[in-house]
Design a protein around this ligand. Structure first.
Ligand code: AMP
Length: 174
């Protein structure tokens, strides 16, 4: 099975979670399959190439699971972006719109140095609001977003449109 087929096979659709009308993309079967998990991590690292980034920014919570092994294999550091109120030290915050209401995410002010090259990693790109806000947090630090890597892109939600000319790399697109 090629990686594309393997990823699609190991991501489970859960209808009406966490609320009616949402088709949740559950990556836990993929994480439990060591061939699929390793293949995903390798594909993200190979797409950009070792030595091309200084820090991997992972987005809470499933983004952390992917971003940490990616950081290890890149030889890069890992930086968490978390929901408001979860980080202990001084943080930048960024608020963005959801379908209903807003969400605020944060990153430590000293997590990135100006000029550092940063790859943002998450599991799913949906409307793009979360990735956009994470990229804005990186920019506030004076660091540079070299790309955004996601396991799965839900193209019908046009998340890319929010991300301008940032390099968006998705392993599978549905
Ligand atoms: P968005 O800001 O709309 O691009 O949403 C992306 C964030 O919400 C990511 O952190 C995803 O983990 C999560 N997310 C949004 N939609 C889904 C979905 N259908 N299945 C799984 N996760 C999702």
């Amino acid at each position: 099975m090629d990686l594309d087929t393997l990823i699609q096979d190991r991501i489970r659709d859960v209808p009406d979670y966490p609320k009616p009308g949402v088709m949740f993309k559950d990556i836990t079967p993929l994480l439990a399959d060591h061939v699929a998990f390793a293949g995903v991590v390798d594909a993200i690292v190979n797409h950009h190439g070792r030595g091309t980034v200084d820090k991997i920014v992972g987005i809470e919570a499933r983004g952390f699971i992917l971003a940490a092994p990616v950081a290890y294999h890149f030889g890069a550091g890992f930086v968490p972006v978390r929901k408001k109120g979860k980080l202990p030290a001084n943080s930048f915050e960024q608020t963005y719109d959801l379908e209903y209401g807003t969400e605020t995410i944060e990153m430590h002010e000293d997590a990135l140095a100006p000029g550092e090259r940063v790859l943002v990693v998450d599991d799913v790109l949906a409307t793009g609001g979360t990735a956009r806000a994470a990229a804005d947090l990186v920019a506030r630090s004076g660091a540079e977003v070299v790309g955004i890597s996601v396991l799965m892109e839900l193209s019908f939600l046009h998340g890319r449109d929010k991300l301008g000319n940032l390099d968006v790399h998705s392993l599978v697109t549905v």
